[in-house]
Design a protein around this ligand. Structure first.
Ligand code: HEC
Ligand code: HEC
Length: 298
């Protein structure tokens, strides 16, 4: 925060607290011309059955207000809250987070280190390891891939045995450690008049429509798409180019969505987790993800 905003926040905060103090004292003071305590103020309703009495605020109520003001001032002295002032205790959010992480590391570090000694294939058959993996998945992955790991539009289903970047343990581990960035370029302009024919040809690869008799789509595919998706449309895990023949779609397989994919391009990003979760945790997560498409009954 710049010095100006620091002072601004400090002054506004303190002025508010002192303002409250002043307001309480001002309203609690009896004033000239007021009805005596306990008497009616003259406001009556329902032919006198209801009346407004001039009663003082209860003491405990008043003290509660003073209490909150005192609490606020003490809190703001001890903890950060007034602009750049750090507070007497030197507490920081990062500090607390680091301490908690340290405690967690001491507690769980050895467990993960022991799992790291074992192979992914082995862990993928270990009920306890998978339970740990599932809970990591729920914390760090489910917001994108869904709690059942079945993904959604743009977020791959991890349970179907279909892999964009490869489903071997080493490939999954690489995906988690380094993240993945898919580059499907926008090719509408390149295809020009052949766009519709290519859309139809792509749909025919998975059998959604019969192979078109006009070779224009196939020819344009061989020119503009083959480098990444391969001559048979089987894709390339090194580039993350999906298999277009299996009927499994990340974005959708209707003519409209395929056309949109080609015209706008797609850039799916899987974030890297190496720095955040560390190798040992990712090893267990890899085993969990690997297990999802195994039909091993666990
Ligand atoms: C530079 C490599 C590259 C080229 C060239 C390329 N693609 Fe792709 N394509 C990809 C990648 C990578 C993805 C995955 C995008 C993602 O995950 O966000 C993709 C995704 C797609 C998808 C979405 C699949 C799904 O599951 O929803 C379709 C459809 C597609 N490409 C068709 C084509 C067609 C047709 C062409 C040629 C006109 C083409 N691509 C050219 C790399 C390429
Ligand atoms: C911010 C959203 C997000 C989070 C969080 C996230 N992912 Fe992903 N993940 C993606 C996207 C998007 C892709 C697809 C990238 C692409 O288009 O190729 C992906 C791809 C993957 C793949 C590759 C799938 C394949 O077919 O090859 C795996 C495996 C994966 N994620 C596992 C995980 C795990 C495990 C976690 C938790 C540690 C996680 N993801 C967290 C968005 C996310």
């Amino acid at each position: 925060m710049t010095t100006f905003w620091s002072w601004f926040v400090t002054i506004v905060t303190l002025a508010n607290i002192l303002g409250c103090l002043w307001l309480i004292r001002w309203t609690a003071k009896p004033r000239a011309g007021e009805a005596p305590v306990g008497e009616t103020t003259g406001h009556t309703w329902d032919e006198g059955t209801l009346a407004d009495l001039n009663n003082p605020m209860p003491r405990w109520w008043l003290w509660m207000f003073y209490g909150t003001i005192a609490f606020g001032l003490i809190y703001l002295t001890l903890y950060p809250g007034l602009g750049n002032y750090r507070g007497l205790l030197g507490w920081t959010q990062e500090g607390q987070w680091e301490r908690e992480m340290e405690v967690a590391e001491q507690r769980y570090g050895p467990i993960f280190a022991a799992y790291a000694e074992r192979s992914v294939r082995d862990l993928a058959r270990d009920r306890e390891a998978l339970r740990v993996g599932r809970s990591l998945f729920a914390s760090y992955c489910s917001q994108c891939h869904g709690s059942d790991a079945q993904g959604g539009m743009g977020f791959p289903n991890l349970t179907d045995g279909v892999w964009q970047w490869g489903g071997e343990p080493e490939q999954i581990m690489t995906t988690l450690m380094r993240g993945r960035q898919a580059v499907m370029p926008a090719l509408g302009a390149v295809l020009g008049d052949d766009l519709d024919a290519v859309v139809e040809y792509v749909m025919s690869l998975s059998g959604a429509v019969p192979e078109p008799s006009d070779p224009a789509g196939r020819t344009a595919y061989m020119r503009a798409c083959v480098a990444c998706h391969g001559p048979e449309g089987k894709g390339n895990p090194l580039l993350g180019a999906p298999d277009l023949t299996n009927g499994v779609w990340l974005y959708g397989g209707s003519a409209g969505v395929i056309r949109q994919t080609i015209v706008q391009g797609r850039n799916g990003v899987m974030p890297a987790f190496a720095d955040f979760l560390g190798e040992d945790r990712l090893h267990v997560l890899t085993a969990y993800v690997y297990s999802l498409s195994l039909d091993n009954g666990l």
